[in-house]
Design a protein around this ligand. Structure first.
Ligand code: GLP
Length: 404
């Protein structure tokens, strides 16, 4: 009921305001015709048109008298004189001054504003719905969320493709290495394994091969290793890092640090302490690269890992083992424990970037970035780090800011 009435009012107002220079009977006729086409109420439209007329005349006159006079003077447009100002507004003071000019401009703006709404309304009222398409931007694969949300507690950068994110991070790494080289300091990188950092390693190799980036002064510390796998095992992280990075760059073998998965039970505790010492002796980690497990772990810091935990052996969570089952060729072949840097070790890095790609990571990324910090999701500890960022592709960012 209210919709046809509103439509009629808007049609009447539009005609009255927009066609203010036409004789009033003409305006009313136009209002009636448009209202007929738009299936509105013709008397209401005519009334609205009539009511709008005096409203439209005042700003129009001001415009004609002040701004129009100026324009006429400049352009010699005599034909603009077709409105008899003195008859319509006899009390109008013709002296041109700045205040009148400002009123003219402001009233013209007001007039245009008044016109805009009814016109838009008329457009939607008159054009059949089948010609009005609305687009859901979120279904567009190239759409990127650019809104900054107060729910995010960690800086997030979203990239259309993971390669773009990896390349940005590789450039950042190269800049760091070159700067440290220039001041005679070595660069300490904390490295991660898994599918996620593969593009980043490719980008680093590319920079080495085509851009002359040298890793001679780079020292690396890897996050973790499966217990029971030696360096020759194809699923060991030692093997992964050499195949995917170290064999292709000029890093010195003695600068590569990977936790060993085959230290005896009697020695493991001292071994873990030594790993911590080695990081400190190297000057601490400048840049820590991270992925995220589906349960929110960083390294192998499974749910329940304290914020100040250090390098240690940890039992692997069921989700983690399930996720690794495919590459191992069955869950029964996935080791049940790992050695990992602790959350405290990781958080002591001066800069850290966590990368995540794909829909499977969207939910846990949202929880880590916008949820409360807790040991259930060790990646949430990054919220407390002064220089941590998440680099995400569009899919991994797709659930950001959803209320948890
Ligand atoms: C393992 C690694 C993590 C890695 C995670 C995610 O658990 N220990 O460091 O972040 O896998 O792996 P992907 O990048 O393959 O999803």
């Amino acid at each position: 009921m209210w919709r046809p009435c509103l439509r009629s009012v808007s049609i009447g107002l539009s005609i009255g305001l927009f066609c203010a220079m036409l004789p009033i009977p003409f305006q009313m006729l136009l209002a009636a015709v448009f209202c007929f086409i738009g299936r509105g109420n013709i008397p209401i439209a005519i009334a609205a048109c009539w009511v709008s007329n005096p409203i439209s005349q005042i700003p129009l006159m001001l415009f004609q008298e002040r701004v129009g006079a100026k324009i006429r003077d400049i352009l010699d447009m005599d034909w603009l004189n077709f409105i008899d100002i003195e008859r319509i507004i006899p009390y109008f003071d013709k002296s041109v001054n700045l205040a009148n000019f400002a009123v003219g401009v402001a009233s013209t703006a007001l007039l245009l504003g008044l016109i805009a709404y009814p016109i838009v309304f008329c457009f939607y009222a008159l054009v059949p719905k089948k010609y009005l398409h609305t687009t859901d931007l979120t279904k567009d694969k190239n759409y990127q969320k650019v809104s900054i949300s107060t729910m995010r507690k960690i800086p997030v950068e979203v990239f259309g493709k993971k390669q773009a994110a990896a390349s940005k991070l590789a450039d950042e790494t190269a800049e760091l290495i070159r700067f440290n080289d220039s001041i005679g300091k070595s660069t300490v990188l904390g490295l991660a394994t898994g599918e996620t950092p593969l593009e980043y390693y490719k980008a680093l190799i590319q920079l080495h091969q085509t851009d002359g980036l040298s890793f001679q002064n780079v020292v690396t510390f890897n996050l973790d290793e499966y217990i029971g796998l030696d360096s020759k095992h194809p699923e060991s992280y030692w093997h992964f890092m050499h195949i995917n990075l170290f064999h292709h760059i000029d890093i010195k073998p003695e600068n590569i640090n990977l936790p060993s998965g085959v230290v005896s039970d009697a020695e493991i505790s001292a071994y873990c302490e030594q790993y911590e010492e080695d990081i400190k002796e190297a000057g601490g980690i400048d840049l820590q690269i991270l992925g995220i497990g589906r349960n929110g772990h960083i390294g192998f810091n499974e749910p329940g890992s304290p914020r100040d935990s250090l390098t240690r052996v940890i039992e692997l969570n069921a989700t983690t083992r399930e996720d690794a089952a495919e590459t191992f060729g069955g869950i029964e072949k996935v080791p049940t424990a790992a050695i990992t840097m602790g959350c405290g070790t990781i958080l002591s890095a001066r800069r850290m970037v966590l990368m995540a790609w794909g829909k499977d990571k969207a939910s846990i990324v949202n929880k880590a970035v916008t949820g409360t910090t807790s040991d259930i999701i060790s990646a949430s500890y990054l919220q407390d780090h002064p220089n941590a960022s998440f680099y995400l592709d569009t899919q991994a960012a797709s659930e950001l800011d959803q209320v948890i």
